[in-house]
Write a protein that binds this ligand. Structure first.
Ligand SMILES: Nc1nc2c(c(=O)[nH]1)N(C=O)[C@@H](CNc1ccc(C(=O)N[C@@H](CCC(=O)O)C(=O)O)cc1)CN2
Ligand SMILES: Nc1ncnc2c1ncn2[C@@H]1O[C@H](COP(=O)(O)OP(=O)(O)OP(=O)(O)O)[C@@H](O)[C@H]1O
Length: 208
């Protein structure tokens, strides 16, 4: 099979089946968390950005929906800290394209009902300019393997970044798991921001 073809039709691999089961379990667990608790967790995650985001940074982020850690105020919090914020716009398949965040009033519903800037997006390669990429994660493990929604969008996008760019997943503490099976296309993240603090998996070496 050509490298760039998805596995559809070939039958799920064992790892893909484990990931699909994990995905269902974790999403059900998050759905059972009362809304006020989720809001407190999301606030704690945003507060941890203080130690990471500085003015002028280019940050690729996203608008978390209700079943994702962080809350929909994530881009605004980054902008408030002086970051230049890029948000993903999903074509039919990954990698994602990027459009500049221009405030909450500019957001419209895109594919999957996800909020995106109204302006047409730029190339997927814009991710290579980012100092920091905040990556959506259903779950993540301590070696940086990330479980996404199963679209393969971010794996294809993270393949475009260089070593300078720091990759952090946003996840609730209970969704930092012992082990998630890694497949060949999975791009590991360097750490995670949880309500309890920032986890550093020890794999990112900041430029001098
Ligand atoms: N907030 C947010 N934005 C994001 C992502 C994300 O995970 N979260 N993405 C990260 O890649 C990209 C969009 N990818 C997505 C992939 C799948 C689904 C989704 O809703 N999947 C369904 C099942 C799909 C199906 O019917 O097969 C689901 O989860 O119920 C949503 C977004 C870009 N923007
Ligand atoms: N770089 C790639 N090249 C080809 N296929 C890929 C690539 N990355 C992912 N895929 C395919 O995309 C599908 C979903 O992959 P996976 O389950 O790892 O997605 P995910 O990481 O959960 O989703 P996302 O990256 O959108 O958050 C799989 O069928 C996988 O084979």
């Amino acid at each position: 099979m050509p490298q760039d073809e998805p596995d559809v039709g070939a039958g799920p691999t064992a790892d893909a089946a484990v990931k699909a089961r994990l995905r269902r379990e974790v999403l059900a667990r998050r759905a059972a968390v009362p809304a006020p608790v989720r809001v407190r967790r999301d606030r704690a995650i945003l507060d941890h950005l203080a130690g990471i985001v500085t003015a002028g940074m280019v940050v690729c982020a996203y608008v978390p929906d209700d079943d994702e850690a962080g809350g929909r105020g994530l881009p605004e919090e980054l902008a408030r800290r002086g970051a230049r914020v890029l948000l993903p716009v999903s074509p039919a398949r990954g990698p994602v394209e990027w459009a500049a965040y221009a405030g909450p009033a500019d957001l419209v519903r895109g594919r999957f009902g996800i909020l995106v800037p109204s302006a047409p997006p730029g190339d997927p390669e814009l991710i290579a300019d980012a100092d920091l990429v905040l990556v959506p994660a259903v779950a993540v493990d301590r070696s940086g393997t990330r479980l996404g929604r199963g679209g393969g969008y971010y794996d294809r996008s993270l393949a475009l970044v260089g070593p300078r760019t720091r990759l952090l997943a946003l996840a609730d503490t209970e969704n930092v798991l012992e082990h998630i099976p890694a497949e060949a296309h999975d791009r590991p993240v360097h750490g995670a921001i949880t309500p309890d603090g920032v986890l550093d998996f020890g794999t990112w070496h900041s430029p001098e």
